[in-house]
Ligand binder design. Structure first.
Ligand SMILES: [Zn+2]
Length: 101
């Protein structure tokens, strides 16, 4: 199993690198957004209210694994489910495999 770094915005362990430049699969955060004046805290509020802005209808059609991942992540973020790291990991891996096609 990969050791993942925690995303500053959604605070889920989604990142394979910790350099800050890998966009989070769940919320789309990366550190370049700091240059636009956005903070992880502000982005997190938007995320909790509106869901991930980086996930489009096209994503849903082309990558059902991504939608499953987002649905689970949002349910954890909203406190409906406890974080199960093994489940999150398997959803992240399914999403990464789906992107290879
Ligand atoms: Zn994130």
């Amino acid at each position: 199993m990969f050791k993942r770094s925690t995303c500053q915005c959604c605070r889920l362990p989604t990142l394979l690198s910790s350099d800050g430049f890998e966009p989070c699969t769940v919320c789309g955060w990366d550190d370049t957004r700091l240059e636009d004046g956005l903070t992880p805290e502000t982005a997190r509020e938007h995320l909790l209210q509106n869901g991930p802005a980086n996930q489009t209808a096209e994503t849903a059609l082309s990558n059902p694994a991504r939608m499953e991942l987002i649905a689970y992540a949002m349910s954890v973020l909203n406190g409906h489910e406890k974080l199960d790291s093994a489940l999150l990991e398997s959803l992240l891996l399914a999403d990464e495999m789906a992107q290879d096609f």
